[in-house]
Design a protein around this ligand. Structure first.
Ligand code: GDP
Length: 194
């Protein structure tokens, strides 16, 4: 994918702040620290565009990045950070629900999980929530450089089992080694241009 332009156009909390032009969107979600910002930066060939978190769990906005003036990357707030208070968790839920309810522009959600570990109960709840709202969801397995290639299939079957996937693909990526993003880009391009 040739990135001609990428710019953040909104850091939204409320629905009336979402872009209203009807441009297609693909969204990214995952546990805090899973490597979401790094993956977005890798996709866009940028260093510090999506902010790599110093304090996990602190971002509570939905960030809309306009790519090539054609479609949006939607960076959803991370979840599952242990030190977050109950009220902060409730705030996260409200922000997410507001966005996920009837967002016609949203073509697909990419759920990011760490390739090394069995997905958490929060990951499973997130996956089920996305499906409940009726969106397509593709799982991206991050930090693939942390395991050897020979172990990919084993780890992916653990992910598959926990999330209850059938034969849907899982896309392994590494921001450190810059691998997998060509495949992820193909998936994104097919999605928003469908
Ligand atoms: P976010 O909270 O999901 O946005 O996660 P970040 O992108 O901020 O990354 C969290 C931590 O994981 C940082 O210390 C990153 O350097 C590290 N990280 C992210 N992606 C990778 C990767 O592909 N490989 C390795 N080894 N570390 C990564």
């Amino acid at each position: 994918m040739k990135i001609r332009s990428s710019e953040i156009v909104m850091s939204a909390v409320n629905r009336d702040q979402y872009p209203a032009e009807g441009i297609p969107e693909v969204a990214f979600v995952g546990r805090s620290n899973v490597g979401k910002s790094s993956s977005i930066n890798s996709l866009l060939n940028r260093r510090n565009f999506a902010r790599v978190s110093q304090t996990p769990g602190k971002t509570r906005t939905i960030n809309f990045y306009l790519i090539n003036e054609e479609f949006f990357f939607v960076d959803l707030p991370g979840y599952g950070y242990a030190k977050v208070s109950k009220s902060e968790k409730a705030g996260w839920g409200k922000i997410m629900e507001r966005y996920l309810t009837g967002r016609d522009e949203l073509c697909r959600i990419y759920l990011l999980v760490d390739i090394r570990h069995e997905p958490t109960n929060d990951d499973k709840a997130m996956y089920d929530w996305v499906k409940y709202f009726g969106y397509d969801c593709t799982v991206v397995a991050t930090k693939a450089d942390k395991i050897s290639r020979g172990k990919y299939q084993k780890h992916m079957s653990v992910i598959r089992k926990k999330l209850g996937l059938a034969d849907e693909k899982i896309i392994p990526v590494s921001s450190l080694k810059k691998t997998g993003f060509d495949i992820l880009w193909d998936d994104i391009t097919n999605t928003y241009s469908e």
